[in-house]
Write a protein that binds this ligand. Sequence first.
Ligand SMILES: *Cc1c(COP(=O)(O)O)cnc(C)c1O
Length: 420
Amino acid sequence: MSSTNGSMNDGSPWKVHHPSSKLSMLPFPIYGSTIECHGDDGIEVTGDIAPPLHLSTTFISGAPESYGQVYSRMDNVTRRRVEAVLGAVEGGQAVTYSSGLSAVTALINCIKPRRIYLDAGYHGVKDAVKLWSERQNVGGKLEFFTWEQCKQLYDQEKNKSHTNHSLWRPADAEEERTLDLIWLESPNNPYTTLVDIEWFAELAARTGACLAVDSTLSSPLGQRPFEHGAHVVMHALTKYLSGHSDLLGGVLIVHPSLSDILTCKLLAERSIDGAVMGSLETWLLLRSMRTFSLRIRRQCQTASIIVQWLEQQRVDGHKVKKVHHPSLESHPSHSLAARYLRLPPATFSFELESESQATSFARSLILCAQATSLGGVETLVDWRYQYDTSVSPALLRVSIGVEEAEDLIQDFEQALKQAK
Ligand SMILES: *Cc1c(COP(=O)(O)O)cnc(C)c1O
């Protein structure tokens, strides 16, 4: 897990996505923060340095200043700009939605899986998939595969290869696949456990399944799922990409090789389903993208310091029983983290000795707020058990913000003293 530069060496993705952009003339590739600030240059030509906020839902038909926009559910220029940046940052084609869960539902609607492997993780994703399944009254419900069944399939389908990773195709009407969709969340919520994405990419190749990775917790800076065989990467934009806890959004980023068969279909279906981000949210997201790398590097670095401090409290016997973070050798994903993570996650969890210690710790914090969600500039501490009873009642999830590490440690220290 390298915690240093995290720059994104993907050549020049704007050339692929926006051939009309003036950036396609650049004689050198740009990376990281430069893409975040310039990945949308030339898409909208104004004298403004900061993107203008457009609220109009409709546009003068055929006028050159309308940029080909007709009606904002279908397409609008701020969305084009933010999708250009998001796509460039992850190395694919971005399709944004009104929330993380609407992005999940959009992919499922598009793929129409009959057999799915859904990894452990954010409970909301499971709820969205189950709800979708319940609504399938024609053709039977979705079949959920277990990890054991995946292992069996992996061996069984050894000699088959429906696809190589980048050339996934949707199943034909008559085609029965042993598995249609693999949905992974890595690192997952709240234990930051990692999944061996390449193993699942091989399973996807053997079965013909689509491999989607919810990469929200690591953000595009912390992990590159396309380099490990993912077909689709999903992010809750609500979290690190927007980074200020002030908008809801989700994105599916599609591997560039699947543009004709998947991106086009998702875009067409989104226009009809209508689950698009609002104008203000889209604009806020574009503004947030300008500081994305700056925020994430800082948050990840501070998280490592806090994790070390918590681990020291554990070693010294000061109420901390367990710290769940893959930078620690004791974490079950420590070795996978070396392969997959470019930055240590800024969201993690730890356990105190009891439920009452956990709740009184959270209540005693002064700087940090007790609240759910993650990825924002303010540090949040969340007593997860109230939303997810599968976790220990002594567990607290922490989302590190951009405050000074020393100040956070002092707040944690005083709250730990008061935890009873
Ligand atoms: C928040 C979150 C989601 C859902 O995003 P919403 O914008 O709340 O719908 C999905 N996956 C993960 C890992 C999340 O943290």
